[in-house]
Design a protein around this ligand. Structure first.
Ligand code: NI
Length: 229
């Protein structure tokens, strides 16, 4: 499932994040790449454990925590501490690659996240740069994604993807992975669709309609059956 999640961050949070990002010391992005992806990766990243990352991570995580749409779509069990990257100038692209299936969380005693879902949270205004589309190879063909600042794209961790060259300005984003309570992309999609339709029904026929109550129970029973905590 490839999904556009709108307004994960508000205007004030974006302003704060951008102020930190503008002053931050950027380094070579290859530090977190595997051997294969390092060959095509040419961007900049913030030190995962540096001061700027530590200041930015809670802003992103708070945005995710309060967003009902993100919860419904991702059903998160563990979220990898968000990373931050920048594309522009001579470090401006990342060719086709796959993300590692398991990521170790730095600064922990071997805590791991299975990368069921990949996320990119756009932090730069699309008018501020040219190129930089995230292209995701999907069963429906290649999907090209470039979102407003504060919006997030969520896509299966299994997909081949790339970032097109940035030819003007800078593309700044946060990226991270989610290990979901529901491992199967197909089951997660069914639950997400059911939740969406239920929200619609609750708005039209009301919370106390017996059908709405029954279907809400069914949603939770399916989640209980499929969730792995
Ligand atoms: Ni990737």
């Amino acid at each position: 499932m490839l999904l556009h999640i709108k307004q994960v961050l508000g205007r004030d949070e974006l302003r704060t994040a951008r102020a930190i990002l503008d002053r931050a010391p950027w380094g070579d992005g290859r530090v977190t790449a595997g051997v294969q992806s390092a060959l095509t990766k040419n961007n900049e990243q913030l030190d995962q454990q540096g001061e700027a990352s530590k200041a930015l991570q809670p802003i992103v995580l708070q945005g995710l925590n309060r967003h009902m749409g993100f919860f419904s779509a991702a059903l998160p069990k563990r979220v990898f501490p968000p990373l931050f990257n920048r594309y522009g100038g001579t470090a401006n692209a990342f060719g086709n690659h796959v993300d590692n299936a398991v990521r170790f969380i730095p600064g922990t005693l071997g805590e791991r996240v299975r990368t069921d879902i990949s996320c990119t949270l756009f932090l730069a205004d699309p008018d501020d740069y040219d190129g930089g589309e995230l292209v995701i190879e999907d069963t429906f063909g290649a999907q090209s994604v470039k979102l407003p600042a504060g919006d997030l794209v969520l896509y299966p961790g299994t997909s081949v993807h790339r970032v097109e060259p940035v030819t003007r300005g800078h593309r700044v984003a946060s990226f991270f992975w989610v290990e979901s309570m529901v491992r199967s992309d197909e089951q997660r999609r069914l639950l997400y669709d059911m939740d969406r339709h239920l929200m619609h029904l609750r708005g039209t026929v009301g919370e106390s309609d017996p059908g709405v109550i029954g279907l809400t129970g069914l949603y939770h029973n399916l989640l209980r059956a499929w969730a792995d905590m």
